[in-house]
Design a protein around this ligand. Structure first.
Ligand code: AMP
Length: 619
């Protein structure tokens, strides 16, 4: 019997999504398998920076690639377009003086932006951002057709601003199921709609703005009782306090014009934000600024950062007070507190909010995702879905792998909603290393020995290469049932190894509790031990590099510099056996200073050989 061949045409999957169209970032989420999740293409973030670059010729560039033009062409790189949606010039007077581009008003009193002789409305620019978000959705879902979206807006958006948002989505060619308030979406993400009645405060501290909303819920219906906020208060202001600290301390060391130089300010802002974020995790961090002619290091403790940030947090709390007064409520009337926005990851923000409201805020979800997740739930419910099966599980303990020296590289943070996954690149430590042993651990402590080992496996077949050359991609994937799969793959050969683990297997609730409190109690001690291990690893790498070039060093360096280098190597060797943070730190610093002339000589010789006509590989 013969078979008839049929051409099967795959119908694209049809989905509805929730979109958080933010001032700085936008992203989309979908409700699937009983829970919402943010959509992102494999190995990429789902976040689209809300930035549009309009070149003189060619198509506008949206997102991270557009943002990259902020420095070279600020006049045509549009940030924060959300502030102008549905607004006239008189509404945005405060912003006008700081805008690098030309803004005009239409006959109907709405804002327009001139770019290369063409006028753009905020709706058009926003539609490009929505388009870029939908493109990520398309890639993430393997080409699903988006048949409708729920878009979120701040609770204080008026009718014109909501209309403008709806129009932006229409321009992007997508059907708007509903415009939803951001604080409502955040509350939905935490399942608060399932309370029969209650009062919720949503505290949203992002990079540039702060909003607080007081909502009431009755039988699943939300009502905004009051909103307050400050459009000029956010994480950027906290960064600025650290930039100011750097400027004050550098004032008598460098010329005044250096401190106002755009390159200095940009580097200082980045270092400040990096330091601030590190301090959300660690009790202290070394802020480091390195520019031609300037090398500044300064240890900042969390306590110091908190005293700098405190006045800013107090401003946010004053807004909360006003919102409560407007809603005619007392603090004690608030039953649930929800945190939104990246800056609510700061421990100070969490504790200040907890103290102010007298109750622990919800923090289990990623504060950058919570609005999109809620929007996805709303989209699901609007298209006839139910959320009875909504199950928001989180992993109670962090998971990671042991790295050189016994420190833990965390791959999945505790309280991550499952399913989830994380990828990170690793490399070898020893020359010619052909295998890597992985120890997968669980717990909150910094050293693997203090955590619980979940399993071990080995990646073999790495071709012998210099230390640091092989690229090994490690992936942790935790599925909805709590099963962890860890895979390690060496990129050049494709060598692969993996292990399946059931992390919660055999752990009682009490054991989880004990592991958690051990993490908190030992934070400072753990931090120091980890720092010692990291520094010793760094010393090892530096010493190996120096040893490789010892002959060149003896030839090219003057006697004194060479002897300094030998002395630094000796102290590096001694430090390898020390557990004292100060000793190891100073040995590392000494080695760095003493090896700088050698690095310069090596660079120089490479350059000289190159100009004298020799091929680089002959050097
Ligand atoms: P958003 O606008 O909600 O994306 O928030 C961005 C702000 O959150 C920026 O100022 C970031 O520096 C800040 N941020 C992100 N992660 C952290 C963290 N772990 N600790 C402190 N601030 C953070």
């Amino acid at each position: 019997m013969g078979y008839i061949e049929l051409d099967v045409i795959d119908q694209p999957k049809r989905i509805v999504v929730g979109i958080d169209l933010g001032t700085t970032n936008s992203l989309a989420a979908v409700f699937e398998d009983g829970r919402p999740r943010v959509l992102h293409p494999e190995g990429q973030s789902g976040i689209v920076p809300s930035v549009v670059y309009v070149p003189a010729e060619g198509l506008p560039i949206v997102g991270a690639n557009g943002k990259a033009h902020a420095v070279d062409d600020p006049k045509h790189t549009i940030f924060s377009i959300k502030r102008f949606m549905g607004r006239g010039l008189s509404d945005i007077e405060d912003d006008l003086s700081t805008l690098p581009y030309d803004v005009r008003e239409t006959e109907r009193g709405l804002v327009q932006i001139d770019l290369h002789g063409k006028t753009w409305t905020p709706q058009q620019l926003s539609s490009l951002i929505i388009g870029a978000v939908l493109e990520k959705v398309r890639v993430a879902t393997g080409g699903a057709e988006v048949t409708g979206v729920v878009i979120t807006v701040p609770a204080y958006f008026d009718d014109a601003q909501r209309h403008a948002t709806r129009d932006a989505a229409k321009l992007a060619g997508v059907d708007v199921l509903r415009i939803v308030n951001e604080p409502t979406a955040a509350s939905l993400a935490y399942g608060l709609d399932q309370k029969s009645e209650g009062t919720v405060a949503v505290f949203d501290l992002g990079g540039g703005t702060f909003d607080v909303s007081v909502l009431s819920i009755e039988d699943g219906v939300f009502q905004v009782l009051a909103t307050n906020g400050d459009t000029r208060l956010g994480g950027d202001d906290i960064d600025r306090t650290l930039v100011d600290l750097a400027r004050t301390e550098l004032a008598d060391q460098v010329p005044a014009e250096t401190l106002t130089d755009p390159a200095f300010l940009q580097a200082a802002r980045l270092a400040a934000e990096h330091c601030k974020i590190a301090l959300s995790k660690d009790p202290e961090h070394e802020m480091h600024l390195s520019l031609p002619g300037l090398n500044w290091r300064r240890t900042v403790t969390r306590a110091e950062m908190e005293s700098l940030a405190r006045p800013l947090i107090d401003r946010a709390l004053a807004c909360c007070k006003r919102a409560l007064a407007d809603a005619e409520l007392e603090v004690a009337d608030i039953e649930e507190v929800v945190l939104v926005g990246g800056s609510t990851r700061m421990p100070l923000v969490r504790s200040a909010v907890q103290e102010f409201f007298g109750r622990e805020p919800h923090t289990a979800l990623d504060p950058d995702e919570v609005v999109a997740l809620g929007a996805a739930i709303q989209a699901h419910v609007l298209t006839g879905g139910t959320r009875d099966i909504l199950l928001m599980d989180v992993t109670p303990l962090s998971m990671g792998i042991e790295t050189v020296g016994g420190a833990v590289a965390k791959m999945i943070e505790r309280n991550s909603t499952i399913p989830c996954s994380h990828n990170e690149g690793f490399t070898t430590y020893a020359e010619g290393q052909t295998g890597i042993n992985f120890n997968v651990v669980q717990g909150e402590r910094e050293m693997a020995a203090d955590c619980r080992s979940l399993g071990k496996f080995e990646l073999k077949g790495i071709p012998p290469m210099p230390a640091g050359m092989p690229r090994v991609a490690v992936r942790f994937a935790l599925d909805a049932d709590g099963m962890l799969t860890v895979t390690a793959k060496e990129e050049s050969t494709g060598a692969l190894a993996s292990i399946d683990i059931q992390p919660m297997h055999g752990l009682t609730d009490e054991e989880v509790e004990t592991m958690l409190s051990a993490g908190f109690e030992n934070a400072q001690e753990d931090f120091d031990r980890r720092r010692v291990v990291d520094l010793r690893t760094e010393i090892g790498t530096m010493m190996a590099a120096v040893e490789k070039n010892m002959a060149a060093a003896e030839d090219a360096l003057d006697q004194e510099t060479f002897e300094d280098l030998l002395a630094a190597m000796a102290s590096g060797q001694a430090a390898q056996k020390s557990d004292d943070l100060k000793t190891v730190q100073s040995a590392r610093d000494l080695l760095e200073t003493a090896s700088t002339p050698l690095a310069a000589v090596l660079m120089d010789s490479v350059v000289k050989q190159a100009v004298s006509g020799k091929k680089l590989d002959e050097v």
